[in-house]
Design a protein around this ligand. Structure first.
Ligand SMILES: [Zn+2]
Length: 333
């Protein structure tokens, strides 16, 4: 009896660890003025066709919340469509496509910009809410909050972050009667200290711009998203990102001090790591040694304030597992 129960638990653990959610991130649509944040609606149509063809579930943010908090099971893989900033082209070009295809999506709104030329109006937002579109908090001011540490202390930065998120939620509630439950960090930049603030303010999930798939083992306030624009909007790239699995790791050592990064990362998933590559955006591939599933690297000299780091590992079947982290170096440029 005991043996049976153990086997069942093991099986469940395997099912959970193989599950993953890929959150797509868009900004502008059919807007040739800003190529670096633009996606063409014909590309969006391809993405929708592809996830349907490949048998992915298409989730809302509420579905993702339920999964993250253990109230919903994921059979294999799901995707979520999100759009940042609240540009008017979402309403003009993407909304009709999503609607025609019966695909739910969410807009992370820079609330302070609503009504400005190029941005959504409250009328458009209310119409979309009636249609089931989810809206979430992308700050009031779109401030680069961690960067404020160069001119103020941590508790002031935290206060400013908190007040900004509150202000956005208050105005949104006044205008629509809805409370936003999710947050996306402006520029995808954040500090670990923000997680507790968001929790205290009633936010259930928060989203970064670190690519890679999500598993509930990552927690609630550092959910990766895949930007699908320019070269990353191609069918080939989307097929590739949908094939990756979430790498799960814990840091035995993670130090950024005096521009020097040092780390030791224990890889928990995949269980049997065959190869692992470490990449830091301002450096490219970085020398690292793998011993007993721990990847060691450093000292690595950083010059930039923000770096994205990823570990890509492969198991014996050559399946790729990936996880990105944002590295913040307050002394960097
Ligand atoms: Zn933004």
């Amino acid at each position: 009896m005991l043996k049976k129960a153990t086997a069942a638990i093991l099986l469940l653990a395997i099912t959970i660890s193989q599950a993953s959610v890929v959150v797509f991130l868009y900004h502008r649509f059919d807007d040739e003025r800003y190529p670096s944040t633009n996606t063409w609606t014909h590309e969006l149509e391809t993405h929708i066709r592809l996830v349907k063809e490949l048998g992915f579930e298409i989730w809302t943010l509420r579905d993702l919340e339920d999964y993250a908090y253990g109230r919903r099971q994921l059979k294999s893989k799901a995707v979520v469509f999100t759009v940042d900033d609240g540009y008017r082209s979402v309403y003009q070009y993407a909304y009709p496509v999503f609607k025609k295809q019966g695909v739910p999506f969410a807009v992370f709104l820079q609330v302070g910009a609503v009504g400005y030329p190029d941005y959504l109006t409250w009328e458009m937002i209310k119409e979309m809410i009636k249609d089931g579109v989810e809206f979430a908090n992308h700050s009031f001011s779109h401030e680069d909050f961690p960067k404020l540490l160069t001119k103020m202390n941590l508790s002031d930065v935290i206060d400013q972050f908190r007040n900004d998120a509150r202000k956005a939620n208050q105005l949104f509630y006044e205008k629509t009667g809805y409370t936003m439950r999710y947050y996306a960090y402006p520029y995808g930049h954040y500090l670990q200290e923000f997680f507790e603030v968001l929790k205290q303010e009633g936010f259930k999930l928060a989203f970064t711009q670190n690519p890679g798939p999500y598993t509930s083992e990552y927690g609630f306030y550092e959910i990766p998203r895949e930007p699908l624009l320019e070269d990353w909007a191609t069918e080939e790239h989307v097929r590739y990102i949908l094939s990756r699995k979430p790498l799960v790791a814990i840091f035995e050592k993670f130090n950024v001090e005096d521009d020097i990064l040092e780390l030791g990362t224990k890889i928990l998933e995949p269980k049997h790591v065959k190869t692992a590559t470490l990449y830091v955006s301002e450096k490219g591939v970085v020398q690292a040694s793998l011993k007993d599933a721990v990847l060691y690297s450093g000292p690595i000299r950083l010059t930039k304030m923000y770096n994205r780091m990823f570990i890509s590992a492969r198991d014996g079947k050559n399946q790729e597992y990936i996880k990105y982290w944002l590295i913040y170096n307050v002394q960097g440029k």
